[in-house]
Design a binder for this molecule. Structure first.
Ligand SMILES: Nc1nc2c(ncn2[C@@H]2O[C@H](COP(=O)(O)OP(=O)(O)OP(=O)(O)O)[C@@H](O)[C@H]2O)c(=O)[nH]1
Ligand SMILES: [Mg+2]
Ligand SMILES: [Zn+2]
Length: 292
């Protein structure tokens, strides 16, 4: 029996790559359907001439994008077109942290900002640099593309971010031969469609990067409102000093997070996003809906 990794799924055909970089076009065996297992991109599998016969246990599984066994997520946020959103960034970080995946924040389209706008955004984002790596990128000047490349090396990476943020453009900048289809944001949003339609792991030095379709909203599957506090790294550190062990940092007395917020040591957008995410999960029944 051969072993390999699924790198692409299109129209029910699975492309699997083995240790010698040989590619196979396969179908999953019918038994998976009965057992409610759906092989996905990133899965390690066993296969014969034409079928996948076994899916190995996953170390993790992301839903948006749908990829298994991810080491690192490149969170792509545009500085403009679409406008930068702290809430979206914090929602992504929550989902990534909940999956125990290392996030790297990439801010794209910095060429579209004035110098003043750029320095304002940068100074607010400095807060995040205490615990995350941030890379500022422009496809026009190709600023910092080498840092993106070296950060992704040797790992299974996913590009995650809203539609039009510039995920595919990053891959095209790394390797122009890829020639991945991109779209003007106005056109992409106008048609209400994603430019990238499927998830695919693209070989990349010693690792892989998954280009993925973006989306217009994020949902929290399998995350309880009471867990969110663990995924805000900065709050978790401070929570040791909260009066109550299970402090939600919302209305308890003796809360260290609220104290540091008042002292100006926590970015107020960050705290507002925590409250937003907490309430969103609390008030909506999280229902997961696949993109396609
Ligand atoms: N000015 C400027 N435009 C950019 C930059 N990066 C991407 N764009 C443009 O933004 C638009 C959207 O880029 P895509 O790479 O298609 O975005 P995407 O995240 O792959 O979008 P989906 O596949 O729909 O999820 C394209 O018109 C790109 O040319 C940048 O750094 N600067
Ligand atoms: Mg794309
Ligand atoms: Zn607290």
């Amino acid at each position: 029996m051969k072993k390999g990794r699924i790198i692409k799924v299109v129209g029910g055909i699975y492309t699997v790559i083995d240790e010698l970089d040989k590619r196979y076009q396969l179908k999953p065996l019918g038994i998976f359907r009965h057992r409610n297992i759906k092989p996905i991109v990133g899965d390690f599998v066993e296969f014969n001439e034409d079928s996948i016969v076994k899916v190995y246990e996953r170390k993790n599984e992301l839903y948006r994008p749908l990829v298994a066994n991810v080491d690192q997520a490149l969170l792509v946020n545009s500085a403009k077109d679409p406008d930068f959103s702290f809430l979206l960034l914090d929602k992504f970080l929550t989902l990534i942290e909940a999956n125990d995946i290392l996030p790297i924040i990439i801010i794209t389209k910095i060429d579209l900002l004035t110098e003043l706008e750029f320095s304002n955004l940068k100074s607010k984002l400095t807060y995040y640099e205490n615990f995350y790596k941030i890379i500022y990128f422009s496809s026009i000047t190709k600023d910092n593309i080498d840092i993106i490349v070296s950060s992704a090396k040797g790992k299974i990476n996913v590009l995650a971010g809203q539609t039009g943020a510039g995920k595919s453009t990053i891959l095209n900048t790394i390797n122009p031969n890829l020639n991945i289809k991109t779209n003007e944001i106005s056109k992409a949003l106008g048609r209400g469609k994603h430019t990238t339609r499927h998830v695919e792991l693209i070989e990349f030095g010693e690792g892989y990067i998954a280009d993925t379709p973006g989306f217009s909203s994020l949902e929290f599957k399998n995350i309880d409102s009471e867990e969110v506090k663990y995924y805000f790294k900065d709050f978790f550190e401070l929570s040791k000093h909260c009066k109550f062990n299970e402090c939600t940092h919302l209305h308890e007395p003796g809360c260290e997070v609220k104290k540091q917020l008042e002292l100006g040591n926590i970015l107020k957008e960050r705290y507002a996003d925590y409250k937003h995410i907490y309430n969103e999960i609390k008030t909506t029944k999280p229902m997961y809906r696949r993109d396609k």
